[in-house]
Design a binder for this molecule. Structure first.
Ligand SMILES: Cc1cc2nc3c(=O)[nH]c(=O)nc-3n(C[C@H](O)[C@H](O)[C@H](O)COP(=O)(O)OP(=O)(O)OC[C@H]3O[C@@H](n4cnc5c(N)ncnc54)[C@H](O)[C@@H]3O)c2cc1C
Length: 479
């Protein structure tokens, strides 16, 4: 391919869910936009994270729920149909093809350049194409970095030689390892341990700390740990991996050395040990920034380290909230911000205004698709207290919630509402229990809407639904 040069109003690097949405919104703001992608349009989320992981987990959680329904238990007592689960997963990721996304991009009139994009000085991006050519893209108004993250791997000798798993293999594998070690205790670790245990692996979780899901209310991790153990997962806390080696041959086992002096032999080892930003090879040094770190931004997604404000960072790469829905929310803010600035229009950054991502700090929702499900939004009690808020914590265990007991025999769940006593609003909600994921939007509306807690008394949950837990929480609050 010959070297070419083009000028656009906006250049977006990275066509994951966030980059796609930034491009869509800047186009909608009347700005010519090009997006650069080195792998598949749709990014990690569509092909190696959210979509395939939830496709693997859906039958697992549906079966767990069904087993708690009298009259159904025996009908779903058997193992999962593993090939059918994998086939469903493959369909959900469109067999790792992105032509649907290309079609959508065309429909919103965003241009695509395939290849590796790097900044090459202010407002300039150079793309190395798969054919070995280069395309130079000049941005009149803004460059948005939406390059996402990859697995953060521990610094262990020989790690590259052992064919370890990251989220990519954990969501894409089409054979069930007999023995799987999962290193980590966060969301990816618990979800993948749940999936692969149900698919038939003997799973050992190696967790450095003393609990799971440390960023959530403590009871969330405790309840997930309880079920994982009941399901046969060997859950080890306070242990880290000190060495890894794989035996020779295609079926060679991995021998894991542990910080407690023990060792563990497995067929596969998954590192679910956090995420690192993909900023090490995007030319940050050409604009005076240090490669490899997270890109800190202001509430309008401008990279704070650059003064003249043409560089934006949206989605995982800015480290504000590493979730697809939150990154897409950021894109829905950043696109109009870039548009307003390009057109010389005012930018409204008042709290909850159209050009500021207030929810990033006040109302980030998250679901963990384990058994039981965990759903949370806003602040934990500890986070609210640390922020200096005078809080009241209201807990309920789903006793007397008829809908929950209709949903599952012996329903086990817990709900927490964190109230800001001075403002009389709810600043955080956590639900743990089967079937609670769909309750989360109600909590998100309550937190983002800053609905007075007294007004919630008039928001009547239908009988008999799991939502009646709201009523029980309010009754507990009122005493
Ligand atoms: C196992 C797992 C499960 C998850 N499940 C959920 C879930 O259920 N719900 C949820 O909300 N979140 C989930 N997440 C998080 C979610 O995947 C991320 O928050 C989301 O993918 C971030 O989107 P992004 O567009 O910022 O980055 P990415 O999806 O990582 O996309 C970045 C894109 O940029 C491209 N790129 C990078 N560098 C360059 C370059 N130099 N030139 C050109 N292109 C480049 C990449 O190829 C990629 O396509 C999960 C994550 C994991 C690991």
């Amino acid at each position: 391919m010959n070297d070419t040069s083009r000028t656009y109003d906006v250049v977006v690097i990275g066509a994951g869910p966030v980059g796609e949405n930034v491009a869509d919104r800047t186009r909608a703001a009347g700005l010519s936009t090009v997006i650069v992608e080195k792998e598949l349009l749709g990014g990690e989320c569509s092909f190696w994270a959210c979509e395939p992981s939830k496709a693997l987990l859906r039958p697992v959680l549906a079966r767990a729920d069904a087993r708690r329904v009298p009259g159904l238990k025996n009908a779903v007592g058997g193992p999962l149909d593993v090939p059918a689960v994998f086939a469903h997963r493959d369909d959900m990721v469109n067999h790792w093809h992105d032509e649907d996304q290309v079609e959508w991009l065309n429909s919103v009139s965003v241009d695509l350049v395939r290849g590796h994009g790097r900044l090459d000085g202010p407002r300039q991006v150079v793309v190395t194409t798969p054919e070995g050519g280069t395309v130079r893209l000049d941005a009149r108004h803004a460059v948005a970095v939406c390059t996402g993250t990859r697995t953060a791997l521990p610094d262990l000798p020989h790690l590259d030689d052992i064919r370890h798993w990251t989220n990519r293999e954990a969501t894409g594998a089409d054979a069930v390892p007999r023995r799987l070690a999962v290193v980590g205790g966060g969301v990816v670790a618990v979800e993948m341990a749940t999936a692969w245990r149900a698919l038939g692996s003997e799973v050992t979780m190696l967790v450095r700390g003393d609990c799971l899901l440390t960023r959530m209310e403590p009871f969330a991790g405790e309840m997930v740990a309880e079920t994982l153990r009941e399901d046969g997962v060997d859950l080890r806390f306070g242990v880290s991996v000190t060495s890894v080696a794989r035996e020779e041959g295609p079926d060679g086992a991995v021998r894991i050395g542990l910080s407690d002096g023990g060792q563990l032999d497995v067929d596969e080892i998954l590192f679910a040990t956090g995420r690192t930003p993909q900023t090490d090879d995007i030319g940050l040094e050409t604009v005076g920034l240090t490669p490899g770190g997270w890109l800190s931004v202001d509430d309008t997604f401008r990279v704070t380290a650059l003064e003249d404000g043409w560089l934006y960072a949206v989605g995982d790469v800015n480290h504000r909230a590493l979730m697809t829905h939150q990154g897409k929310y950021q894109a829905r803010i950043a696109g109009p911000v870039i548009g307003a600035r390009a057109h010389g229009e005012p930018v409204d950054t008042q709290r909850w205004g159209p050009h500021i991502a207030t929810a990033d700090s006040a109302a980030v929702p998250q679901v963990v698709f384990t058994d039981p499900e965990v759903a949370s939004v806003g602040l934990t009690a500890r986070e609210a207290e640390n922020a200096g808020t005078r809080v009241k914590v209201v807990d309920h265990d789903f006793r007397g919630v008829a809908g929950a007991h209709q949903y599952a025999e012996g329903y086990r769940g817990k709900a927490r509402m964190v109230i800001d006593l001075d403002r009389g609003t709810v600043v955080g909600v956590t639900f743990v229990g089967p079937g609670i994921a769909e309750l989360l939007y109600s909590a998100t509306v309550v937190v983002a809407g800053e609905v007075p807690v007294e007004r919630l008394w008039h928001a009547v949950p239908a009988f008999p639904t799991i939502s009646e837990v709201w009523l029980r929480l309010l009754e507990a609050h009122r005493g």
